[in-house]
Design a protein around this ligand. Structure first.
Ligand SMILES: Nc1nc2c(ncn2[C@@H]2O[C@H](COP(=O)(O)OP(=O)(O)OP(=O)(O)O)[C@@H](O)[C@H]2O)c(=O)[nH]1
Ligand SMILES: [Mg+2]
Length: 253
């Protein structure tokens, strides 16, 4: 039987946060009546992350782990998604900051034909418990402003909870180039280019200590990545094959 839903979890040294996440995720997925799976994608963790995954294999939902040689959250999520062939696929963070009660409405939207369902901490109905530093909040504010023109109409591009139908997942993940934390922006920009319908869902989001995101290092890289995404998408638009006028006339005739 074809798997209905795969949930990819990128992991880099998550031995502390991963156990509760695997239990919580499996519990949420157990409520889905068709086959589901969890795919952990590791970037060479040097802690006990792999053992934690192995210890949870006997749970109610199949869990498998793959290694990704290329570093970064974006590279890991891409490797995981492209290693699945389920009808729907998405990803969540190893800290399970986004409560998985969003899964039921997510599946309902996907069955209704929505192509991309994303958690949004900016949704008026969301319940957000954040303890981010002032520096991190300022960076996030500036990042949202910079992202606006790349992904118009999406209020929160960075929530670690995004799900796709198969065709859209293939279309946006195959050409994905951004390997770091800004990869969500490229994904969503590509989805919009493809004419995908994107729904932003309210979430219950709680900051979980142990973040791997450094506002200085990753924040700086994320802004640089935005420029690269813009240049990449512009280049692709220019080099995309354009139908010649002959072809159009032939089709019309
Ligand atoms: N495989 C892999 N996963 C990564 C890498 N960097 C981050 N992650 C994962 O990406 C997810 C999100 O990381 P967090 O450290 O929670 O960062 P964040 O959610 O962007 O930031 P916070 O809001 O501070 O938690 C977690 O599952 C991390 O393990 C990486 O280089 N490789
Ligand atoms: Mg997090």
């Amino acid at each position: 039987m074809r798997t209905l839903l795969s949930v990819v979890v990128p992991v880099l040294n998550e031995e502390r946060r991963l156990p509760a996440t695997l239990v919580g995720l499996a519990y949420a997925l157990r409520g889905v009546s068709r086959r589901t799976e969890i795919v952990v994608v590791d970037n060479g963790s040097t802690d006990r992350s792999a053992e934690v995954v192995r210890a949870h294999r006997a749970g109610p939902v199949p869990i498998r782990m793959i290694e990704c040689a290329e570093r970064g959250k974006g590279a890991a999520v891409r490797a995981g998604v492209l290693d699945t062939d389920s009808a729907f696929v998405g990803f969540c963070d190893a800290d399970l900051a986004t409560n998985m009660d969003a899964l039921t409405p997510t599946l309902a939207h996907l069955f209704d034909g929505v192509n991309v369902v994303i958690g949004s901490r900016a949704h008026p109905m969301s319940d957000v418990r954040a303890r981010h530093s002032v520096l991190r909040q300022a960076g996030a504010w500036a990042f949202r402003r910079a992202v606006g023109s790349l992904v118009p109409g999406v209020a929160d591009t960075q929530c670690g909870f995004k799900f796709f139908d198969r065709a859209t997942a293939t279309a946006v993940f195959t050409p994905l180039r951004t390997t770091g934390f800004a990869f969500d922006v490229e994904l969503l920009a590509r989805a919009q280019q493809n004419g995908a319908v994107i729904a932003e869902l309210p979430v219950r989001w709680t900051d979980v200590p142990g973040s791997t995101f450094s506002p200085m290092r990753d924040g700086f890289r994320s802004f640089a990545a935005l420029r690269e995404i813009r240049e990449l998408l512009d280049r692709e638009t220019v080099s995309a094959p354009v139908l010649s006028s002959d072809t159009v006339i032939a089709e019309v005739a």
